[in-house]
Design a protein around this ligand. Structure first.
Ligand SMILES: [Zn+2]
Ligand SMILES: [Zn+2]
Ligand SMILES: [Zn+2]
Length: 136
């Protein structure tokens, strides 16, 4: 947990009890959760939890790379804890059965500067698979 809180501090995001609660929830679950799920979990702990404030916290923490945004087939956005060991370009993989999110720390796409005549400036990639627990 400390490394996530350090990263908040480094990026001038205050360590609030709600942010800590969101991080703890995502760490415990290991899965990508929807903003609704997260709001409902927090509502059990805090008196006032508005949806916009939860959403803003999720967005702020994903902007600085503490959380990962995960797209699911229902086209909604989910959030998961980013457990990458270092701050370097990487991607996420989600288990299509249980929703568990993992890190994919190797990516060769940046080695190619031009693809089909396009000079590449960025890319988004999300992998999907079956995790080792679900594949047993
Ligand atoms: Zn990550
Ligand atoms: Zn799984
Ligand atoms: Zn990449």
């Amino acid at each position: 947990m400390k490394k996530y809180l350090d990263k908040l501090k480094k990026n001038n995001l205050k360590i609030t009890s709600k942010r800590v609660a969101i991080l703890e929830l995502l760490e415990r679950s290991g899965e990508a959760l929807s903003p609704e799920d997260i709001r409902n979990e927090l509502a059990a702990k805090f008196e006032k939890v508005s949806y916009p404030s939860v959403y803003k916290n999720l967005e702020d923490m994903s902007r600085i790379g503490v959380l990962a945004k995960i797209a699911r087939p229902d086209r909604r956005l989910y959030y998961a804890l980013c457990r990458a060991r270092e701050d370097k370009h990487h991607h996420h993989i989600i288990c299509s059965k249980c929703g568990k999110v993992g890190e994919v720390e190797e990516c060769d796409l940046f080695r190619r500067k031009v693809i089909n005549g396009y000079r590449i400036t960025s890319h988004f990639l999300q992998l999907e698979g079956i995790c080792s627990d679900c594949g047993k």
